[in-house]
Ligand binder design. Sequence first.
Ligand SMILES: NC(=O)c1ccc[n+]([C@@H]2O[C@H](COP(=O)([O-])OP(=O)(O)OC[C@H]3O[C@@H](n4cnc5c(N)ncnc54)[C@H](O)[C@@H]3O)[C@@H](O)[C@H]2O)c1
Length: 382
Amino acid sequence: MVDRVVVAVLGPGRLGETHVAALARLRETGVLVDGRKVDVEPALFGRNAERVAELAQRYGLHRTSTRLDELIDAPDVSVVDNCLSNNLHFEPLMRAIGNHKHVFAEKPLTIELHEAVQLLDAAKAAGVQHGVIQNMRFGAAPRKARELLEGGLAGRIFSANVLFGYMVPQTVLNRPTWFYKKDEAGGGIVEDMMAHFFDLLRTLVGPIESVHAVQGIAWSQRREPDGTPFGVEVEDLASVGIRFANGAVGNCFASWVRRKHEEVPTFQIDGEDGSLYFSLQRLWRQTQAETAKALFRYDARALQPETLDDWQSVEVERRDPFEVQLELFLQGVATGRPTPGLPTWEDAVVNQRLIQAAYRSVAERRDVRPDEIPLGAPVPAR
Ligand SMILES: NC(=O)c1ccc[n+]([C@@H]2O[C@H](COP(=O)([O-])OP(=O)(O)OC[C@H]3O[C@@H](n4cnc5c(N)ncnc54)[C@H](O)[C@@H]3O)[C@@H](O)[C@H]2O)c1
């Protein structure tokens, strides 16, 4: 049992700041383990000194560095939390494991599946704890959904649907442009968003047996915020059909060129005994008995009310999901025993294999099972 955990966040970008903010709150409260308070101290690496100074001031950071290896090598750092762009996850994490640090990373753990496997093997061999952010699992409504499903609300699940999308204009103003570049991102919206959706659906519905994906590129050229054009190398919309091992069917539609008009993402899970409909923050349920009271009869000529009135709104506990997951991970680090049930690099390997199965399905226009994707070798380009 340790009294203090220094967590080095790598990367002061959007998600690096999200992690630093969560850790700064945990610094205020401490992490409680068996009634004892363990101190948390966030530290930050960023290559841009101005940006690092800005975050240090905003979150009261005492430890910062503009040299990537400095915090990874520092003897008092016990956790390295990698929030750099996807192509910069592997090497710093390998170095951290070599230094016997516990390791945590943004999703996707790596671009290449064989690298995720290598990282997992190295972390296991070094005996360090490993985690990957799957913030959707810890969102207020998905957490409650899991509890209700485990309590049997839906019974045998028939189907699961995910709908996600918002508009990124041709001049990319509302997200970093590296997401459109294969070297840095690995892939497009399949790589980026299915890392969330496959993971969440696996944990809510069950193991995924096969996937069948179609995808599109909205513009083959986009522009940097300053107007400089660049070629788009990855997909910005996709629809993935899913067959679950328990017989349920699923679909995830995700798009960065969709004009948003509802909370996103939304999820619907329908089962024999009931259904759940939820976003990350709000949740509704309807049992089969409630459905039976107002059975819907389809009439294509009639105007249908668009309403959740006959669904029950369920109260959820809203808390920053990054903070929830980091707190649970750090409790494991403090006690030396990984907190059970958290997303590990084993999960990251399963998720990455599914992502690569989806890309193969696009290329070969067929259902692909994850076990068709070899774990050990580089997978041919997407
Ligand atoms: N969990 C989520 O909901 C979620 C959402 C968005 C992004 N992400 C993931 O978070 C990670 C970061 O994404 P982001 O949106 O914060 O991107 P970002 O561009 O805002 O941040 C990336 C950071 O990496 C730094 N960086 C890039 N190249 C570097 C280099 N060569 N040397 C040193 N630093 C370098 C940048 O300066 C920046 O600070 C990615 O893995 C992404 O997939 C997760």
